[in-house]
Structures are given as structure tokens and as C-alpha cells.
Design a protein around this ligand. Structure first.
Ligand SMILES: Nc1ncnc2c1ncn2[C@@H]1O[C@H](COP(=O)(O)OP(=O)(O)O)[C@@H](O)[C@H]1O
Ligand SMILES: CC(=O)OP(=O)(O)O
Ligand SMILES: [Mg+2]
Length: 371
């Protein structure tokens, strides 16, 4: 049984479109891809979206959308019906850089191609296995039912987990691992017996470890201080923490991309070196904190664009994790998923290429065939 899926990944800075074929018992195959380097609802991306569907819509069983935040209402892959747009609207305030774009694309496809089925695949679904204590924020009861930890990057984690299980030759259900997804957005997840039990990014995509443009966790007093004393409005503060912080802010505006920062640091640029250092330190701290959820660590798994293709950052992270037994001498980039650090008797370090589109297509296939 085989299903062709057009996958749509509306990121904060780009739109990725892929045509993926999923066949039972085989690796999913990508037949066509298009990646825009601009806003997913800008003119370029919308044009690319329409022409991709024009080209492939007739062959595809459905459109599969990555949904960064499903809120309380969408917690597993779900076929778009007349209720879904309103449910997406309800989730928008929880991820305003991501969900509005996904909703606009869902509505655009519904209006232009009413016969094409659509499925939204929430990133938050992977974390519905987190225990109540990991979901809780230490707040008064009146807020706790709404302000709780959801977790993100679930499509990436689900893919990386299956790949790591194959490489370790163990069933995923028996794996105890920490996975770091390091890309535009960054987070770390603790996986016990193949299930998410904790993660660093909780209520919204602003939280957790330092990201390419987002600050990640701050002392909450920082927000009050900024709002009272910075002279900037709430919207300006939100914009600065969401788009001008992280690697970009730490490098004084030089770049949000570790490839530029590593090159600049090698040329002696102090701000670039400093940004990379803070990033590695915060990521290592997130990994160590997630490891407290586990009794044993079968592997440290690194994924996302940075985890996959930035060896200097991988080394900067792993050299801080000696206490967990993580090897500090790592090999460079690989062409395929596999080991970059392996010392007998210690948890190996594995890199996995991020393939959210393949995971999305697999989830759509399962939803359509009723599994
Ligand atoms: N080493 C790297 N390789 C690729 N992208 C990187 C790297 N370091 C930082 N980035 C940033 O990550 C972003 C890609 O992450 P992604 O989450 O896919 O983007 P989006 O926010 O559009 O979803 C790019 O905008 C890029 O600037
Ligand atoms: C949730 C999140 O951070 O997503 P992205 O990495 O696509 O920005
Ligand atoms: Mg992304």
C-alpha cells in the first residue's frame, strides 16, 4: 500500500514543500522538493505553494501540514474538517510566529483545491506521553490548566528516534536517550522507553535553550524589567526576544547561522566566538538537565540543521558533558546518519539528518489507512 503526500512545513523564516511517497515496509521516497528562503506567507512562498499543488495535487492522497502547536484542541494528526480552522485560530496565540502561517495555507488549499484532503500533524503530539509533573509549571491553580508545558519539534524527534533505534539495533520502545534538535528553533527531549518524558521547550516556542534568533529561557523577572524600563512596547519586546536574540543577538547582529559564526570565529571575530560559546553552554546544560529523567543513557542524538552539519558546535556541546560519560572527541560531518563519537562502555553520540517531511508523510499515511 502506497500513499503520496505533499508535505508543507511553514517555518518561521521559510516554506518547505515536498512530495513524499510512503510505501509499507519501505523507506519513504522524496520525488520533488521546493524550499523558499522567505516568509511562508509572502508572495514568493504563496506562488511556490500554488504551483507545487498544481503540479502534484492530482497524484497526492493528501496535503500534510507541520503544525508547530496544536494547543489543547489538536493533539494528534487530524484531518482538516470544518472545525479545524477555528481550532488553529485558538492555538495561534501560543505560537504566533508559526501557527497563523499554517492556518493560512490550510485555508488557501481548502478554497483553491476543495477535493484535496488535508491533515495537520502537530509537533506537540510526540510529547503527549510526558508525565503530569513534567507538564506542570509552578503556578497558582487558576492558571495551571492553561499554562502548561506542551513540547515541540515532535516530528523531528519521532524521526530521529526511529533512526537511532535502527543504528543501535534496538527497538525504539526500549531506547533511553536524549535528543537535541538544533536548528532555527532549538530544544532537547528526554526519551524513556521510546516515549517523550520531558523537554526543554514548554508552553511556547520562545522557551528552553538558546536558539538561532530566539532567546530561550530567561529569568521571568527579565520580562517585567524590560517592560517597565526598556522604553520598548510589549510588541517590540516580543519581536526582540523572538527574532533579534539567540545567536543573532549574542553575535551583535552578525548572523543567526552557525556556519557564518564558526567561520567568523576562526577569523578571530570575538563576538562570533562568544555567541557559539554561550549556545554550546546552554545546549549542554539542557542536555544534562534532560538526562536527569533517565536511569541509563543509550545514546546522545543530535539532529536539526546545526546538530547535523556543524561539527564545531557538536564538539563544543559534548566537551561539556564528560560527567554523563559522553565522548568529547568527535569525528566530523557524515553523509549519512550514524555515529560521530563512540567509546566502549560510554553513550555514543549519533547524528541524524532532520527529515520532518518524511515523518509527516508517514503520519499522514497512518492517518489515511486508519492506523
Ligand atoms: N548550521 C546551520 N545550518 C543550517 N541552518 C542553520 C544553521 N545554523 C543556524 N541555522 C538557521 O536555522 C534556520 C533553519 O531552521 P528551520 O527551523 O528549518 O527554519 P524555519 O524557522 O524556517 O523553520 C535557518 O534560517 C538558519 O539561519
Ligand atoms: C517550534 C519551533 O521552534 O519551530 P522552528 O524550529 O521551525 O522555528
Ligand atoms: Mg523549521
Amino acid at each position: 500500500m502506497s500513499t503520496a503526500v505533499i508535505t508543507v512545513n511553514a517555518g518561521s523564516n521559510s516554506l518547505r514543500l515536498d512530495l513524499v511517497e510512503v510505501t509499507d515496509g519501505r523507506e519513504p521516497q522524496v520525488h520533488d522538493s521546493h524550499h523558499t528562503g522567505s516568509s511562508p506567507t509572502g508572495e514568493e512562498s504563496l506562488g511556490a505553494f500554488d504551483s507545487f499543488i498544481d503540479r502534484h495535487g492530482a497524484d497526492a492522497a493528501c496535503l500534510g501540514h507541520r503544525l508547530v502547536h496544536g494547543g489543547e484542541l489538536i493533539q494528534r494528526p487530524r484531518e482538516v474538517d470544518e472545525n479545524v480552522p477555528a481550532q488553529l485560530r485558538a492555538a495561534e496565540p501560543l505560537a504566533p510566529q508559526h501557527v497563523p502561517a499554517a492556518r493560512q495555507l490550510v485555508e488557501r488549499a481548502r478554497d483553491a483545491y476543495p477535493a484535496l484532503r488535508q491533515i495537520v500533524c502537530p509537533d506537540t503530539a510526540f510529547h503527549t506521553t510526558m508525565p503530569e509533573q513534567a507538564r506542570a509549571e509552578p503556578l497558582p491553580r487558576r492558571w495551571r490548566s492553561q499554562v502548561r508545558r506542551f513540547g515541540f519539534h515532535g516530528l523531528s524527534y519521532a524521526w530521529a528516534l526511529q533512526r537511532a533505534a535502527k543504528l543501535l539495533d534496538r527497538p525504539a520502545e526500549r531506547l533511553n536517550t536524549v535528543i537535541a534538535h538544533l536548528s532555527g528553533g532549538c530544544s532537547v527531549c528526554a526519551v524513556r522507553d521510546g516515549r517523550s518524558v520531558d523537554t526543554t521547550m514548554g508552553f511556547t516556542p520562545h522557551g528552553g535553550i538558546t536558539m538561532s534568533r530566539r532567546s530561550g529561557d530567561l529569568d521571568p523577572g527579565t520580562l517585567f524589567w524590560l517592560l517597565r524600563n526598556s522604553g520598548e512596547s510589549l510588541d517590540e519586546v516580543e519581536q526582540a526576544l523572538g527574532r533579534e536574540s539567540g545567536l543573532l543577538g549574542l553575535s551583535d547582529g552578525l548572523s543567526n547561522d552557525t556556519r557564518d559564526l564558526v567561520a567568523a570565529a576562526e577569523r578571530g571575530d570575538a563576538a562570533a566566538g562568544y555567541a557559539i560559546d554561550v549556545f554550546c553552554r546552554r545546549t549542554a546544560s539542557g542536555i544534562a538537565s534532560m538526562a536527569t529523567n533517565l536511569q541509563t543513557l543509550d545514546a546522545l542524538v543530535l539532529t536539526g540543521d546545526i546538530g547535523w552539519n556543524q561539527p564545531e558546535v557538536r564538539s563544543g556541546i559534548c566537551e561539556r558533558l564528560g560527567l554523563l560519560g559522553i565522548p568529547s572527541r568527535l569525528s566530523g560531518n557524515r553523509d549519512d546518519d550514524g555515529f560521530v563519537g563512540r567509546v566502549d562502555g560510554r553513550p555514543p553520540v549519533i547524528v541524524i539528518e532532520p527529515r520532518e517531511e518524511l515523518q509527516m508523510a508517514i503520519e499522514c499515511h497512518r492517518a489515511l489507512v486508519g492506523r
